[in-house]
Design a protein around this ligand. Structure first.
Ligand code: ADP
Ligand code: ADP
Length: 229
């Protein structure tokens, strides 16, 4: 479940300057595809198009064969989980942030949740419990701690499709390694689109797409692309 297909996708924010000039690729259900390429190549734009933040001008994007134009924004949002580079948290408790505002969970409720077993390992290294306030009037979490909250949120949401948009690029290398391992676990058996500029973050990808000047310049496994460089 969750196969994603981009077919001849063309898109421009400004008609005079096309960003994607006909991009086609598939992320088979449960597989991981990485998109690399220079800054400004249109990598993040691809993920915004999948969420239907903008309408493509030509071509199509499908999920399990359904054109996303026929899918409501709500169902897209529940089908797709996203861990961005810098997670912005609500000025509320850690529990609320993990629930993403869907229910106001107290620490006690969180502890009772069967799902907690899954997210515990990501949260137990946070400085205080689930009821701790974060943000302006609360704890200032580090970049790695915020990514842990984003990962816990994703685990509870359990979306069939996951987008990791430079999810570790703002972190120092020790933290990056730790968060990368967590992300590898979360993306296992989930349809995953990884946007990256460092090859080290995409070693586990089943397929790598190099986006340049609005088209796919190269495509292949990690080993194949490395051999050609
Ligand atoms: P880093 O040293 O930060 O890990 P990389 O060596 O992974 O960086 O990538 C350097 C540049 O090459 C980046 O601009 C990136 O977009 C591009 N790039 C990354 N992977 C590939 C690839 N497989 N083929 C071609 N270019 C790539
Ligand atoms: P990448 O993720 O590969 O760095 P982006 O998809 O963020 O690239 O951006 C691709 C190009 O589109 C860039 O030149 C960027 O400046 C431009 N761009 C991104 N968002 C917008 C926007 N909302 N309006 C106009 N131009 C944009």
């Amino acid at each position: 479940r969750g196969a994603v297909r981009f077919d001849n996708v063309q898109f421009a924010y400004d008609p005079k300057r096309p960003i994607l000039k006909g991009v086609s690729f598939e992320v088979p259900a449960g597989k991981t595809v990485a998109i690399v390429g220079p800054s400004g190549a249109g990598k993040s734009t691809l993920s915004r198009l999948l969420f239907r933040f903008y309408d493509i001008q030509n071509g199509s994007i499908t999920i399990d064969g359904h054109d996303i134009r026929d899918v409501t924004q709500d169902s897209l949002r529940s089908a797709i989980g996203m861990v961005p580079q810098d997670t912005v948290l609500f000025n509320d408790t850690i529990a609320y942030n993990i629930r993403y505002g869907r229910i106001t969970a107290t620490e006690a409720e969180m502890r009772n949740a069967a799902e907690l077993a899954q997210i515990g390992p990501f949260i137990e290294t946070l400085p205080e419990g689930y009821d701790a306030m974060v943000g302006e009037r609360g704890l200032k979490l580090s970049g790695g701690e915020k990514q842990r909250v984003a990962i816990a949120r994703t685990i509870l949401k359990a979306p069939p499709i996951l987008i990791l948009d430079e999810a570790t690029s703002a972190l120092d290398s020790a933290t990056e390694h730790e968060i990368q391992s967590a992300l590898d676990l979360v993306s296992r058996n989930r349809t995953t689109l990884v946007i990256a500029h460092r090859l080290s973050t995409i070693i586990g990808a089943d397929d790598i797409i190099v986006l340049k000047d609005g088209v796919i310049a190269e495509r292949g496994t990690h080993a194949k692309l490395l051999a050609k460089r």
